[in-house]
Design a binder for this molecule. Structure first.
Ligand SMILES: [Zn+2]
Length: 249
């Protein structure tokens, strides 16, 4: 067993050295677009973008209703905008009618123009829109000024701005009926070892922001982070603890 393990580790080391990618990425053989059923009519979709020369996954969510499909956040991979729409049409025979982006970074907003041109109603908060404009990112067609409940096909889709964290504009989205908390990049996966990119955010405020999410939605059945695994609901607490160890109160 021990020698088997060391052979594996050696092989992983060779892969890392040869391809200069992380062991996790080396083990993953995935399509450019991966759609994973979550529960009921909810699906997590994942595309990959490059960070420092390494492919890194980004999660979005979609909900299939009788009145059409609601997509939370853009694919990060700009080659996957049409494939996402095609996959949804093939699987569910419904058009995408609404897209809400949860902050201004491109892993959330890259497809906003593309989606608008396809007749999809695109939304962000006004705060996100101002940051999109200031940072040259794609912008939504429609804006909301405060926390908003969208109702589509009998589902309530609730946006909530808990305060600054990953970015100054990050929102989360809550789905009442299935108690799904879509955390976006504010919530770090239990796989994450630190808060990641907070250069546009507020590390000092991070912990208080996460506690506001926990108070508002105390009993989620699922928590979806912007990146990496969404297994378990401990990601919120994990994010809080990482924020606290980074000095946030
Ligand atoms: Zn992100």
């Amino acid at each position: 067993m021990k020698s088997y393990l060391s052979i594996l580790l050696f092989a992983a080391g060779v892969l890392v050295a040869g391809l200069r990618i992380s062991p996790v990425a080396a083990q993953e053989h995935h399509a450019a677009l991966v759609i994973t059923p979550l529960v009921g009519n909810f699906y997590v979709y994942t595309t990959w973008g490059m960070t420092g020369g390494t492919p890194f996954p980004a999660n979005g969510l979609y909900l299939v209703t009788a009145e059409g499909v609601v997509v939370i956040d853009s694919p990060w991979d700009t080659t996957q905008f049409q494939p996402l729409l095609d996959s949804i049409a093939q699987r569910h025979h419904r058009p995408v009618v609404l897209c809400i982006a949860t902050h201004f970074h491109e892993d959330r907003t890259a497809a906003l123009d593309f989606f608008r041109l396809k007749g999809i109603k695109t939304y962000t908060s006004r705060q996100t829109d101002m940051l999109c404009q200031a940072n040259g990112q794609h912008r939504a067609q429609f804006l909301f000024d405060k926390d908003t409940v969208f109702t589509v096909g009998g589902y309530s889709i609730r946006t909530f701005y808990p305060g600054e964290g990953h970015t100054r504009d990050n929102i989360v989205v809550w789905f009442d009926r299935d108690r799904i908390l879509y955390g976006g990049c504010l919530v770090k996966s239990t796989e994450a070892t630190d808060l990641g990119n907070v250069k546009d955010g507020n590390p000092a405020a991070y912990a208080a922001t996460i506690r506001r999410v926990q108070r508002k939605f105390p009993n989620p059945a699922y928590v979806i982070p912007g990146h990496q695994s969404w297994a378990g609901v401990q990601s919120l607490q994990h994010t809080l603890e990482m924020a606290q160890s980074a000095g946030s109160r």
